[in-house]
Design a protein around this ligand. Structure first.
Ligand code: MF3
Ligand code: CO
Length: 248
């Protein structure tokens, strides 16, 4: 069941999103060789608390951290760890903020120091894929229009789009209907309506799209060991078009 949001609810989610955007901008300055993803996790946790918010991930289906931190071939839902990031790594930090009961979900991939040209291009492609998807998040369009635009662009760049994880509706819960596929056919799927709030979060792989799950039952990684990158925003579908809630 899709829960449509009122203007007031969207406004509250936008407040959560603004805080999350500020958090990511701070991370961009902190992430460098030698820093651990556990330190990043604790920084996010403290930053949110200081601002009257909290991470919605903590305790979600038994998840034990405030952030997901997925390094190199890890696609998503990696655990923060105590080993230092190395120059040339890429790391996706995914945070779901709860501010006064309203949620916002956003992930960015960060370069750790200087990274290879290939890693840089992968990151740029996944960020661009997100914005190409957002352009299609217009009332009257269908979900397949978003997925198709993302898939076509990503594959055209010689990469693959992960199929085992999707975007989602979001509101008072992290994962609401609908599932937002990052691949698909134009004109297919449910019709987008004003008041829907969804995430778009394409995970783009250097190699094949296939993923495997670690024994921890959370960490998803590429089967071929190649890199994966991801950018995610929370988007409100309004009469004025898509509004990105997790960007200042
Ligand atoms: N953006 C991530 C997702 O939708 C957030 C996951 S939160 C977790 O999958 F707690 F499930 F990890
Ligand atoms: Co999400």
């Amino acid at each position: 069941m899709i829960i449509l949001k009122s203007e007031r609810e969207i406004q509250m989610m936008a407040e959560a999103g603004k805080l999350l955007a500020a958090c990511h901008r701070r991370l961009a300055k902190r992430i460098r060789p030698g820093v651990t993803t556990m330190e990043i996790n604790d920084y996010v946790d403290a930053f949110l608390k200081k601002n009257g918010a909290k991470s919605e991930q903590y305790g979600y289906n038994g998840y034990q951290y405030a952030t997901c931190a997925s390094i190199n071939d890890e696609i998503c839902h990696g655990f923060p760890r105590k080993s230092p990031l190395k120059k040339g790594d890429i790391v996706t930090i995914d945070v779901v903020v709860n501010l006064n009961g309203a949620l916002a979900d956003s992930a960015w991939t960060y370069a750790v120091g200087e990274v290879s040209g290939g890693a840089r291009k992968l990151m740029e492609t996944s960020k661009k894929a997100l914005y190409i998807g957002i352009e299609k998040a217009v009332a009257g369009n269908r979900l397949g229009d978003i997925g198709h635009a993302i898939q076509t662009f990503v594959e055209g760049e010689g990469y693959s789009i992960v199929r085992d994880f999707t975007g989602h509706g979001i509101g008072r819960n992290i994962h609401e209907d609908p599932q937002v596929f990052h691949f698909g056919q134009p004109g297919r799927g449910i019709r987008l309506r004003e008041g829907m709030v969804i995430t778009i979060e394409p995970m783009v792989n250097e190699g094949t799209w296939h993923s495997k799950m670690d024994d921890d039952r959370w960490t998803a990684r590429t089967v071929d060991g190649k890199l994966s990158a991801q950018y995610e925003h929370t988007i409100a579908i309004t009469k004025d078009g898509p509004i990105i809630l997790t960007e200042q």
